[in-house]
Design a protein around this ligand. Structure first.
Ligand code: FAQ
Length: 310
């Protein structure tokens, strides 16, 4: 990288300016942004799958309607994010290929099954909440197209969170069976949610650079702490418990203390070895292959020309 241009770039970042697609940027800033935004886009698309299987089984008409709308929004978020990543020079086709061939990651949490309706309420409440903590912070970041996409996404995710919280409260204040379903789902999802924010700061590979360049506006540990601060009280006030005897807030530092989640399991899950990785990618591969003729029809110039003009 040209040192004069790099110094000017870093000055702009320090001054809180937004970097736009045509602006000069370090090679590694571009690479890091593509990696992060692409993973985020894949997470939205794959994230629609565990909930999508519940659309026909959601209890009642209103819950079905809300779930259809939410799943549709998640796919829309994926589109916004693929668009933002494309401004950096990687085509959507290459991104989808890298998802399908396992080169590009997506969020750990979507590699677990949504076994019951209570799992869907935990996803809608706590995974959306975790995503919002991350996305509100990063929407104040340095890359214009990503920040603008995040702002729009956060509006919609806030509504998802409200419907998730409502469905969660309904089960938590319902019959003994409903309460035990939601407690069971919470017990199974807690560790994946703790993993969601990424490895501890001391082992996070990309944080230092991403925070210097204001792509990440808070560290993994800070975001995890912020999530615990806001949501542990909301869970406990419903009389539910969390499956971590070590979880408590240190009154002196204001930081949450918790038992280390299994980081070896995290690495296994994000590298393809989780309970649902092959099922999730299998669905995407099926969609890719079976949708090829539609894309071809739309993209084929000759075909387009032969469409009758109204
Ligand atoms: N899952 O050095 P760090 C949603 C990887 S959207 C998988 O700390 P970084 C909406 C990381 O990629 C959810 N992999 O990484 C919704 C790296 O591997 P690499 C997605 C993970 O980038 C809700 C390695 O570990 N949100 O949920 C994870 O500085 C409900 C080292 O880690 C975003 O993508 C993980 N959890 O920080 C949809 C937001 N954590 O690439 C449906 C944007 C880490 O070197 C229903 N992303 N890794 O091979 C970010 O903010 C960051 O990428 C972090 C990770 C914070 C996730």
């Amino acid at each position: 990288d040209d040192p004069v241009k790099l110094a000017d770039f870093e000055r702009r970042i320090a001054a809180g300016e937004k970097i736009e697609p045509g602006d000069w940027m370090p090679v590694d800033y571009r690479k890091q942004l593509i990696r992060l935004i692409e993973q985020h886009a894949h997470s939205e698309i794959i994230g629609a799958l565990p909930e999508g299987t519940w659309i026909t089984r959601a209890p009642g008409f209103k819950r079905k309607l809300a779930l259809i709308a939410k799943v549709q929004d998640e796919i829309g978020h994926g589109q916004l994010l693929y668009n933002a990543a494309e401004t950096l020079g990687k085509s959507r086709e290459m991104m989808i290929n890298d998802l399908l061939n396992g080169k590009s990651k997506y969020s750990n949490v979507f590699n677990y099954p949504a076994e019951t309706w209570a799992d869907v309420t935990v996803i809608g409440f706590l995974i959306d909440a975790a995503a919002i903590v991350n996305q509100v912070a990063n929407s104040k970041g340095s890359y214009g197209p990503y920040c603008r996409a995040l702002e729009r996404i956060c509006y919609e995710e806030s509504f998802h969170l409200k419907q998730g919280h409502d469905a969660f409260i309904e089960l938590a204040t319902g019959t003994a069976l409903q309460r035990s379903m939601v407690q069971d789902a919470l017990n199974r999802w807690w560790q994946p949610i703790m993993h969601f924010f990424g490895p501890p700061d001391k082992t996070s590979v990309h944080s230092e650079k991403l925070m210097r360049w204001k792509v990440k506006m808070a560290s993994n540990d800070d975001m995890r702490n912020q999530f615990l601060d806001s949501y542990v009280p909301k869970i406990l006030e419903l009389g539910l418990t969390l499956p971590d005897p070590g979880l408590r807030k240190d009154p002196e530092t204001g930081k949450w203390l918790f038992s280390d989640p299994d980081w070896d399991l995290f690495m296994k899950v994000i590298n393809g070895g989780g309970p649902c990785n092959s099922e999730r990618l299998g669905v995407r591969k099926w969609a890719e292959e079976n949708g090829r003729w539609v894309r071809k029809a739309l993209m084929d110039n000759n075909q387009k020309k032969s469409f009758p003009v109204a």
